[in-house]
Design a protein around this ligand. Structure first.
Ligand SMILES: [Zn+2]
Length: 99
């Protein structure tokens, strides 16, 4: 696992584990207050989340995302975002990368 030692690590807001950014989805809060996947490199505050169901549930239950984005995210916005993710992941073949 020495491969990981020089890979930048980010914390998943769903489970709190640190992992390589490539293993997770990157998202941010939009002006409307909703959460959106970041597909291209941008500045500003973003958060990371694994593609697993466990971590999507964790995102809704935990308040970690508020700390990562340094803002308050309404529960309904988190639920909406998770639903969007479910739909998006369902449309992809298993094992395919999203970004
Ligand atoms: Zn996670």
């Amino acid at each position: 696992m020495s491969r990981l030692s020089h890979t930048p690590q980010r914390t998943c807001v769903g489970c709190g584990q640190r992992d390589a950014p490539g293993q997770m989805l990157r998202f941010r809060q939009e002006g409307s207050g909703g959460l959106a996947i970041v597909a291209v490199p941008i500045g500003g505050r973003t958060a990371y989340l694994h593609r697993t169901l466990e971590c999507r549930v964790g995102l809704v239950k935990r308040r970690t995302v508020n700390r990562s984005l340094r803002t308050g995210v309404a529960a309904e916005q988190k639920i909406r975002f998770v639903r969007d993710l479910e739909a998006m992941l369902k449309n992809r073949a298993p094992g395919k990368e999203i970004c």
